[in-house]
Design a protein around this ligand. Structure first.
Ligand SMILES: Nc1nc2c(ncn2[C@@H]2O[C@H](COP(=O)(O)OP(=O)(O)OP(=O)(O)O)[C@@H](O)[C@H]2O)c(=O)[nH]1
Ligand SMILES: [Mg+2]
Length: 218
């Protein structure tokens, strides 16, 4: 079983090692790629400490383009997408994402929802917006069928989810217990974090409004 793991990272120097430390110790994750998307900090140097493939964009192209870059150079049975800013990741979370697809052939994608981390605002957001969660496993046949994701930026998760809905493909939502992440405001401070968050919402909403143009409806 071939699994390609993609860790999109933009300025995650202080956080990415914790995530890679977990992923590189799981033996069945045989191809791990970090996409350093024009980070200005030491993300690249931190990633290079691990036995992972590195794709580097010299300027920032967005999360959708980062994922597309790995899809372009790989062909796997499964694709696992894991954010670089997680807190509390363990191998149980990875199993919870992959196993439903391995067991049930008609599931094309699992989307993890964070549960019971001690950040109430994150838990609430997850409850209502699990469509946005970046922790996912995709069947290779589904991933390779997706139209080009480059334009989506932060809308990439919405696009994948909407694509599955249009194609009437089955999604499974495993709970990921005791897992959470750093929010933008924690990484960048309140003002810069808030402005970046507004930019993210803009990209997500734009994807919601325009995704149909990018999908051939059967
Ligand atoms: N390659 C790449 N990765 C990105 C980009 N933007 C965000 N990411 C990564 O995507 C993951 C999630 O990004 P965040 O900015 O934390 O977004 P979020 O977790 O959905 O939202 P918050 O609630 O603000 O944390 C992290 O691993 C980021 O480093 C980008 O432009 N390029
Ligand atoms: Mg985050």
């Amino acid at each position: 079983m071939d699994i390609t793991t993609v860790v999109p990272a933009y300025n995650e120097g202080p956080r990415i090692a914790d995530v890679l430390n977990v992923l590189t110790h799981i033996d069945y994750l045989n191809h791990i790629y970090v996409v350093d998307d024009g980070s200005q900090d030491d993300t690249l140097r931190q990633a290079e400490k691990f036995d992972v493939g590195i794709v580097r964009h010299t300027k920032n192209l967005g999360k959708g383009a980062a994922i597309q870059s790995v899809l372009n150079i790989t062909d796997s049975d499964y694709y696992l997408f894991i954010d670089a800013d997680l807190i509390g990741l363990n191998s149980g979370h990875i199993d919870a994402l992959i196993k439903p697809l391995a067991k049930c052939e008609d599931i094309v994608m699992s989307i993890g929802t964070f549960k019971a981390g001690n950040k109430t605002s994150v838990n609430l957001a997850q409850e209502y917006f699990s469509i946005l969660n970046g922790q996912r496993c995709l069947r290779g046949s589904f991933a390779k069928q997706l139209p080009d994701l480059t334009w989506t930026r932060f809308g990439v998760e919405v696009f994948m989810t909407k694509y599955a809905a249009v194609k009437q493909d089955r999604i499974f939502y495993p709970a990921l217990y005791n897992l959470t992440h750093y929010k933008k405001e924690e990484k960048l401070g309140f003002r810069r974090g808030f402005l970046y968050r507004m930019q993210m919402y803009k990209e997500v909403i734009y994807t919601y409004m325009t995704y149909k143009k990018h999908i051939d409806v059967p």
